[in-house]
Design a protein around this ligand. Structure first.
Ligand code: HEM
Ligand SMILES: *[C@@H]1O[C@H](CO)[C@@H](O)[C@H](O)[C@H]1NC(C)=O
Ligand SMILES: *[C@@H]1O[C@H](CO)[C@@H](O)[C@H](O)[C@H]1NC(C)=O
Ligand SMILES: *[C@@H]1O[C@H](CO)[C@@H](O)[C@H](O)[C@H]1NC(C)=O
Ligand SMILES: *[C@@H]1O[C@H](CO)[C@@H](O)[C@H](O)[C@H]1NC(C)=O
Ligand SMILES: *[C@@H]1O[C@H](CO)[C@@H](O)[C@H](O)[C@H]1NC(C)=O
Length: 320
């Protein structure tokens, strides 16, 4: 075959693949069916965030967990049923809370435009809203996701663990079609929120035969964390904010990682591997670059495993 024909064929294949992966989602999906959808969601999220400063971080993390397990299909919102323990009861669910905010928005949406806006879209829009509200960027959320009917606690083992090294993290993201840049940019979500001791205490005591504290962590920071999480810690609420401005969406997280103050081994690992270190340094230096790349990666994350043959749930915690 002549080279030009092959090139043309490749060109069309690429075109087809691109349009296939974007076919479902659309920024204007509810323009005619529920033009007030985003305003209703914003109001519910905003109101809840004013009453409880923990809400923004929780809703951002909810979106990540939802998309990583079975795709962005609101499986994280479903309750357990007889004989099936739901995803939200899987071990890593610690701190994934504030489900009531999504329910509140959904109840108002059902009144305004019945059976129209999927719970998966509510989660995606809420995640954007909390980022913007916290001082981060704004972007148009693509919509048109459908809600799934399956939710299994045992599938949460598919989430990356805070003990993961860079190779494991890169693999976990690649399995969802996300690249190394997406991994680093999205880890910047740790500019918001809090962690319990249990998620990082293995770095503080008897880390390895030669090191009591994880040597990738700054010594000062290690001592600070040990004070917050003493060995026979009884306070189950004890822990550490993920960056020093934990309710502001900024690039402080990356600055901290460059000085050994990433809270999780998985945060710090991004600085210890040449494949990811360059991105960490770039984002630490240039906040607007981080914002642009975070937006691009959130849009990609929002496309993971989107289903077409699902339903629009009437209540987010039960399948229709
Ligand atoms: C790269 C792999 C990731 C790992 C291993 C990881 C792990 C964790 C862990 C262990 C916690 C603390 C849970 C607790 O002890 O309460 C946490 C919190 C959090 N994560 Fe991640 N995460 C990752 C990626 C992400 C991504 C991609 C986002 C969003 C874009 C995100 C957003 C958050 C937020 C906002 C919190 C704070 C939650 C709160 O304050 O309630 N994480 N993460
Ligand atoms: C705002 O939040 C409070 C507390 O969560 C709730 O009682 C109230 O109904 C909410 N108001 C609106 C307008 O959503
Ligand atoms: C998380 O899972 C534990 C059991 O693994 C359960 O006791 C807890 O209620 C769950 N939390 C939420 C918010 O679903
Ligand atoms: C989870 O459990 C279901 C049955 O309840 C099983 O079919 C599935 O393979 C399990 N998945 C994983 C990841 O263990
Ligand atoms: C990362 O962890 C995996 C699995 O535990 C291990 O096989 C691999 O050698 C580790 N890679 C690095 C770079 O530490
Ligand atoms: C520390 O870990 C080593 C194995 O790595 C173990 O033999 C030792 O008993 C541990 N020490 C304490 C105090 O837990």
């Amino acid at each position: 075959m002549d080279g030009r024909i092959i090139l043309k064929a490749i060109f069309f294949l690429v075109l087809i693949t691109c349009s296939m992966t974007n076919a479902v989602l659309d920024a204007h999906y509810y323009d005619h069916t529920c033009p007030q959808a985003e305003r209703i969601i914003f109001e519910a999220v905003h109101n809840a965030s004013i009453n409880d400063a923990k809400v923004p971080a929780r809703l951002l993390r909810m979106f990540f967990h939802d998309c990583f397990i079975r795709g962005c299909d609101a499986s994280i919102l479903l309750d357990s049923t007889k004989g099936n323990q739901a995803e939200k009861y899987g071990p890593p669910n610690i701190s994934v809370r504030s489900f009531y905010v999504i329910e509140d928005a959904k109840t108002k949406l059902e009144k305004a435009c019945p059976h129209t806006v999927s719970c998966a879209d509510v989660v995606a829009i809420a995640a954007r809203d909390v980022v913007t509200m916290s001082g981060g960027p704004y972007w148009d959320v693509l919509k048109g996701r459908k809600d799934g009917r399956i939710s299994r606690a045992n599938e949460t083992i598919g989430l990356p663990a805070p003990t993961f090294n860079s190779t494991q993290l890169i693999k976990s993201f690649a399995q969802r079609g996300l690249g190394v840049k997406d991994l680093v940019a999205l880890s910047g979500g740790h500019t918001l929120g809090f962690s319990h001791c249990s998620s990082f205490e293995s770095r503080l005591f008897n880390f390895s035969t030669s090191h009591e504290i994880d040597p990738s962590m700054s010594r000062d920071f290690g001592e600070t964390l040990k004070k917050k999480c003493p060995k026979h810690n009884k306070d189950r609420n004890a822990g550490q904010f993920l960056d020093s401005t934990s309710s502001t969406f900024d690039n402080d997280y990356f600055k901290r990682v460059t000085v050994g103050k990433g809270v999780f081994a998985s945060d710090q690992a991004l600085y210890g591997d040449f494949r990811t270190k360059w991105f960490v340094e770039s984002f630490a230096r240039d906040q607007s670059l981080f914002f642009r790349e975070f937006v691009a990666s959130m849009i990609k994350l929002g496309n993971v495993g989107v289903i077409e043959n699902g339903e629009v749930r009437l209540k987010c915690n039960v399948a229709n």
